[in-house]
Design a protein around this ligand. Structure first.
Ligand SMILES: Nc1ncnc2c1ncn2[C@@H]1O[C@H](COP(=O)(O)OP(=O)(O)OP(=O)(O)O)[C@@H](O)[C@H]1O
Ligand SMILES: [Mg+2]
Length: 296
């Protein structure tokens, strides 16, 4: 079976043949498999949004090939099928929203694909619950919503289409910490229980590393790192050097390590951090003044 998404030596140039021309992607090779939960991380301007817009044919490579489910997107005429397969929530939700009511916004894609009004109603009710926005009247204008609510509506409208791949460009901006946790949990649930392939773009490794099973670090239009979070965190020095957010606990353990502590720092969560600190502290025995760190 072909990979769900494959990029072969993809280059992308904005404004070709003009003084403003700019190579935003420089030779990307990438395979994404069904069911993965991937996070694409990179500093501002590294090419994240440019990259993901290749996944549903919004941008076509200047050089190289993008193949989705065995079909090369530069050759297909059926962009409608491709867009249904690869659902995308853009970085700025206000650019995605245009209907007069929230209901129409959520129903728009479904109407476009010829679903019956009964089925549309059912799906709209379902996504509204999933995204926790059932308290908002559906006849309200989406433009009256707060930034976080607008983002949820944008996300819900894409989810209503039941895509195979769900691509979200910085979905956590505008959400408060609880909203971020809830959204990530919901997406994680869809990934695990409904086999949705998830690709989340972010600046910050601390938000997504708990859920993503693979992290792709972009830098200056190229893939700098690609691997499970634990492998990526081994390069914490490099990540900090290119201004990426890493979990504070990883940074803390790395600082201890640099000061000579025999301690791993590529850990994934607070519980694991506590375990490695307790183990390290025990290994010091009574010789070290640092034993004042509590063990429970
Ligand atoms: N329409 C455009 N015309 C010219 N250059 C562009 C255009 N869009 C993006 N670029 C340039 O391409 C590079 C990559 O942009 P892109 O939006 O993909 O970055 P990003 O990683 O998503 O950044 P951010 O984290 O700020 O969203 C940037 O240097 C940007 O200035
Ligand atoms: Mg972007």
């Amino acid at each position: 079976m072909p990979s769900l998404i494959e990029l072969r030596d993809v280059w992308y140039q904005y404004n070709p043949n003009s003084p403003l021309s700019y190579w935003a992607l420089k030779g990307i090779d990438l395979k994404i498999e069904r069911g993965e939960f991937i996070s694409i991380i990179g500093p501002t301007g590294s090419g994240k949004s440019t990259l993901i817009q290749h996944f549903n044919g919004l941008l076509k490579p200047t050089k190289g090939e993008v193949i989705v489910d065995g079909i090369e997107i530069s050759k297909t005429k059926d962009l409608k099928a491709l867009r249904k397969k690869v659902g995308m929530v853009f970085q700025y939700p206000e650019t995605q929203i245009f209907s007069e009511t929230i209901y129409d916004e959520l129903a728009f894609g479904l109407r476009n694909y010829g679903y019956s009004e009964d089925e549309i109603k059912e799906r709209v009710e379902d996504v509204v619950k999933k995204l926790g926005i059932e308290y908002i009247p559906l006849d309200k204008s989406p433009f009256l919503l707060s930034g976080g609510e607008m983002r949820r509506v944008a996300i819900a409208s894409v989810l209503a289409m039941e895509p195979e791949v769900f691509v979200l460009d910085e979905p956590l901006a505008n959400l408060d910490p609880q909203g971020r946790r809830e959204l990530l949990k919901e997406i994680d649930y869809l990934n695990r229980k409904e086999s949705l392939t998830v690709i989340i773009v972010s600046h910050d490794l601390s938000e997504v590393s708990k859920y993503a099973d693979r992290i792709i670090v972009l830098f200056d239009g190229t893939i700098l790192m690609d691997g499970p979070p634990r492998e990526i965190f081994k390069n914490v020095e490099k990540l900090l050097e290119i201004s990426l957010g890493v979990p504070q606990i990883v940074e803390l353990l790395y600082t201890l390590y640099k000061k000579g502590a025999d301690i791993p720092y590529n850990i994934l969560d607070l519980d694991e951090a506590v375990r490695v600190i307790v183990k390290w502290r025990r290994s010091l025995g009574n010789r070290d003044k640092l034993r004042t760190i509590p063990t429970t």
